[in-house]
Design a protein around this ligand. Sequence first.
Ligand code: LFR
Length: 465
Amino acid sequence: MSGSVAAIDLGATSGRVIVGHVGAETLQTEQVARFLNTPVQTSDGLHWDILSLYAGATEGLREAFRANADIASIGVDAWAVDYGLLRSGRLLGEPYHYRDPRTAAGVARVHERMPHPALFARNGLQFLPFNTLYQFAAEDPDILAFADSALLIPDLIGYWLTGEARAERTNASTTGLLRAGEWDDELVAALGIPRRILPELISPGEALGPLRAGLTADLGGSATVTAVGSHDTASAVVAVPMRPDAAAYISCGTWGLVGVEVERPVLSDAAREAGFTNEGGVDGRIRLLRNVMGLWVLSETVRTWQRDGHAIDLPSLLAEAAEVQAPIFDVDDPRFLPPGDMVSRIDAWFAEHGMPAPRTRAQYARSIVESLAQAFADAAADAGRIGGVDVRSIHIVGGGALNALLCQRTADRSGLPVAAGPVEATALGNVLVQARAAGFVGGSLEALRDLVARTHEPEVYLPRA
Ligand code: LFR
């Protein structure tokens, strides 16, 4: 039996609605809608324009039903950690963007009560200043006390679609408040977070509920909303056509998420000291990975030039970059996290390290790509060592798979073959988990990955001397 499902995939720069057609030997996707995700800076900080994302998603669903009346299921994924606070079903304000600097105060408050090593022993998360527990600690306590629920971005969209408020497990693992897959009540209490705001958990593959009655008429169709790996990285890793015992993956878009898949969290000192995280995956797998700053550094650099009035064509910039040489810098330096003038920050990094900065735009682009490739190679090697995986190849999925210079230089710097693609891994993983729940395909993650490998052949980059 084969059938169709719709994936809502919200990324940091745009959202998409994708229809997937899935059967034993079929895995096809078509994008039916794409809309921009433009964060908004107000007087109180940097926010996501969540209503425009919901409008884009529902308009996309209408388009999906128009083109395919037989859509059986809908799944939602987005970036992690950010949330909306609600009271009696009403959103209390636009969700904050994780790049908003307010989280610094939250970090100090949390670490006063529990330093990172103690937290890591419970939740297995890499220290990232924007993890949800730090954001809760940065909230106005009156607002937190007034709220009756906190919903992560995909859960919030799912709530608006169905009326059901749940917390999907893969994404909930990025809050820092899960221990062994359940809310860590002791930690929640220790941090003074009202326990009632954390909804009941749901796992990928479980039904969230049918579309609200009022919506089916409006959208011209009915379907069940199914929980997927609602953390976009969880969905992406479902669709990496890899052998987890012999490969590392890089889910490369705004971020570069570099790691291996393991069966159990690795809570060792080595994992913590190397900045690794244990995120909950689909089917109870664990993503042992490190967040590398990713293509954000390049896109924000391009934005800096554009703000200065330069017209930039990315493909030609990368072609020029391939022809020049440039020094590397530490892309994971925290100064590169917030939005802003990346060029000055790169210059400052080189000045502080007594090295000459790049001069031409092609050199900056090359410097960023080389620095990312080195960070990717290092993280893949660390992931293998810490996770006990004999990494013999690296898979790059997501938009970064289209960047031939980055893929080739990652191969060169790691000394390993790089298999690039699928570009749409996140949407494919979202589609596959729904299709399996609907009975259009069966089997383990390995069977789903085999289907990806048979239908989406990767581009291979061999390491050069
Ligand atoms: C990637 C991602 C990362 C997460 C970051 C912030 O889109 O979901 O996995 O660390 O965004 O949420």
